[in-house]
Design a protein around this ligand. Structure first.
Ligand code: CP3
Length: 356
């Protein structure tokens, strides 16, 4: 079937790349750094090139995806590119009626609330994300020695958008479905997991060098809910992409209580938000995995002295994590770059992290 374990083509050899070395527990020539949402509205060159083009429309234009993905690499000298796309792109490609509304986020025309709704959810055929695969191929030439991170939304976070119909503070309809009708819940998550795997496989076949699974809203769940209703599905995603041999990053927001189990799901690298220091995160994740994070994106508005102090603290805590058994540190924010961020501060953070 479409989630059968795939043979992946040989990919570019970027052994020296600090991002891959840190993720694989090898020595690094400098500490790698990239930023979630580095490609986006904080950059004037992004706002310029996106003018008059819808978000989803731009995600299906390979040349535009390539150019937007390159912008932060050129400007900030980050150690990785992240593919310009969105977690709802594979749902849209499969035929789900949805849009990304500026200032709001993904909005789904017909929310999925019943067993019948689940059964009509379309499957993703790889050709439907051919434009994304083409963008990845363009980027593997354009990027030179900089690794490209592919990504997908995790089953829970995608389920929340599908069930709620849009962004949600409390995820009440999603939790109602999981608790009241676990059978329908698991069949919904199974369907979404197939789509997520197919989307990642398309990117891996086209040549991405690493991947991140975004379970942005998993922090809304208790540990017990996560284990019963989410873990088996996210675990399947990691198993199905394992043979590609690329580092797998697992990230969520407000997941302090879930860091251990998010590592257990099969990730090589666990992303941490700013609420937990990295040395404490290392205790929760356990040894043998790398950590990614965790500067509060709001601190970037506090002036350089404060930013520098926090960057230095995070690197110290990461070094303590490594001394305690974590295999590496990838510097990042604890969540995405906020639109009003001064891009010059991001460039300075990259330089500082590299100098430490
Ligand atoms: O990180 C990057 O630079 C790569 C691109 C990327 C986007 N979305 C581009 C985007 C990535 C990795 C995502 C993932 C994504 N999308 C997540 C997981 C990461 C996270 O932030 O937790 C989530 C939850 C979404 C859903 C989504 N899409 C939201 C909440 C929004 C913001 C809505 C808004 O306008 O405030 C989007 C739209 C979106 N995705 C934008 C970008 C650059 C902004 C739209 C625009 O520029 O017009």
């Amino acid at each position: 079937g479409m989630t059968g374990r795939a043979e992946y083509p040989a990919r570019r050899v970027l052994d020296d790349a600090p991002l891959l070395a840190a993720a694989n527990g090898r020595p690094v020539k400098h500490r790698p750094v990239w930023f979630m949402r580095q490609a986006g509205r904080s950059l004037p060159e992004y706002r310029k090139i996106r003018a008059g083009i819808g978000m989803l429309e731009s995600c299906f234009d390979p040349e535009l995806v390539c150019e937007i993905t390159m912008q932060p690499v050129r400007r900030h000298k980050v150690d990785a590119a992240i593919l310009f796309s969105d977690i709802v792109v594979p749902l849209k490609a499969a035929g789900v009626d949805l849009d990304i509304v500026a200032g709001v986020g993904p909005v789904v025309a017909n929310p999925v609330r019943s067993r019948a709704d689940v059964e009509t959810l379309p499957r993703l055929v790889p050709e439907e994300v051919g434009a994304v695969a083409q963008a990845v191929r363009l980027l593997t030439t354009e990027l030179g020695p900089t690794p490209l991170i592919g990504f997908a939304g995790a089953p829970f976070t995608l389920a929340s958008y599908l069930v709620e119909g849009g962004p949600s503070r409390n995820h009440e309809r999603t939790k109602a479905l999981m608790h009241a009708d676990p059978k329908t819940w698991h069949s919904l998550l199974g369907r979404i997991t197939d789509i997520t795997i197919a989307f990642l496989q398309a990117q891996l076949h086209a040549g991405v060098d690493a991947m991140q699974l975004f379970d942005s809203w998993a922090g809304a769940l208790s540990l017990a809910e996560y284990r019963e209703f989410v873990l088996p599905h996210s675990e399947r995603v990691f198993v199905e992409v394992e043979s590609a041999g690329v580092p797998r990053i697992h990230f969520g927001v407000g997941t302090g209580e879930l860091l251990g189990v998010m590592g257990e799901a099969g990730a090589d690298v666990v992303g941490v938000d700013w609420r937990i220091p990295l040395d404490e995160a290392a205790r929760r994740v356990g040894p043998g995995k790398a950590l990614q994070g965790n500067l509060d994106p709001a601190v970037l508005f506090a002036g350089w002295d404060a930013v520098e102090k926090q960057v230095r603290r995070i690197c110290r805590e990461a070094d303590a994590a490594i001394a305690a058994g974590s295999t590496g540190h990838i510097f990042n924010l604890g969540h995405g770059v906020l639109p009003e961020t001064d891009p010059a501060v991001l460039t300075d953070v990259v330089e500082l992290v590299h100098s430490l």
